[in-house]
Design a protein around this ligand. Sequence first.
Ligand SMILES: C[S@@+](CC[C@H](N)C(=O)[O-])C[C@H]1O[C@@H](n2cnc3c(N)ncnc32)[C@H](O)[C@@H]1O
Length: 262
Amino acid sequence: MRDSDDSSVRSEDRGLLSRLRWLNHTPLHPQWFVRGVHRNRLRHLGRLSGDVLDVGCPDRALAAHLPDGCRYVGLDYYVTVTEFYATRPDVFGDACELPVRDECMDGVMLFEVLEHVPDPQAVLAETERVLRPGGVLLLSVPFMYPIHNAPFDFHRFTRHGLQRALKINGFDTEVIQPRLRALEVGGLIMGLAIGDACLAIWRRHRWALPIVAVLALLALLALLALLVLLVLLGNLLAWTLARLLPGSDFMPRGYQVVAVKR
Ligand SMILES: C[S@@+](CC[C@H](N)C(=O)[O-])C[C@H]1O[C@@H](n2cnc3c(N)ncnc32)[C@H](O)[C@@H]1O
């Protein structure tokens, strides 16, 4: 996940957030719980072969992780990829109307994209159209996650809605794996809410930093340090409780899916 995935990120905050990106792998960062997303994804890439289309690919990062022999094409939507990522895919296009011939792909990846399109059913129908019979769809969607890439964030998905949509559009679901336990999701959401407050304080007061009295500056820094400490404690508490207490899959962060075209 990238900084621009943060709910409250504005273009003027992106520089600050990219300087803090290295913290992602420590519990000091509000998105610490999301660090496993990439690893989890890679586990399923071994299912792919032949021609593979990555829809919503901003930096084409997955190309390097495909099995030998795969031919990768990264597609992204001009409006969102230039606004939020400033990267270039192989092809610009809209997932709702893929500029790809019928049945010419062996695999399609749709990671964290369906929530950003007005009509997710149309995207699944398009994915089915471009896949060869027996072709593999790898997809992930959020269930409990803040609004991001606004205003291009339209949906959240339950396991049941997702299974139904896949079935209607000609897919057999092989794997539907909830991501993160409820207590971890609690920690993630609290961390993101505190991170949002830190950003708001930073935005409101950074203009005054050069002229503000030393004491006021120290008070501001102390407040920010306290909030970072709360993120750390919240993350560690949620991580520990999620391992000590039983729980069900009623509130995952999202789902990771492997489906096959019938
Ligand atoms: C949250 S990002 C996910 C990026 C990447 N797949 C990942 O999981 O890290 C959403 C991606 O969907 C793309 N996107 C948004 N609307 C789209 C559309 N209508 N067609 C194709 N891609 C779209 C965005 O540009 C962005 O690359």
